[in-house]
Design a protein. Structure first.
Length: 56
């Protein structure tokens, strides 16, 4: 006895929260921008980020 396979695949929405491809891509881009800004701050002020924030 064989069962028939469905002919239509349901279209599922991407989850808004959690570990999904969109969230991971957005997090990676934010990290790259943050790192670039950190390097730029160090270059312009000739100080490290900790000194610039007053932590050193």
């Amino acid at each position: 006895m064989t069962q028939t396979q469905p002919t239509i695949t349901p279209k599922l929405e991407e989850p808004k929260f959690g570990f999904n491809e969109y969230a991971e891509r957005l997090n990676g881009r934010a990290a790259m921008i943050g790192f670039l800004l950190m390097v730029l701050i160090e270059y312009v002020t000739d100080q490290g980020v900790l000194s610039w924030l007053g932590l050193k």
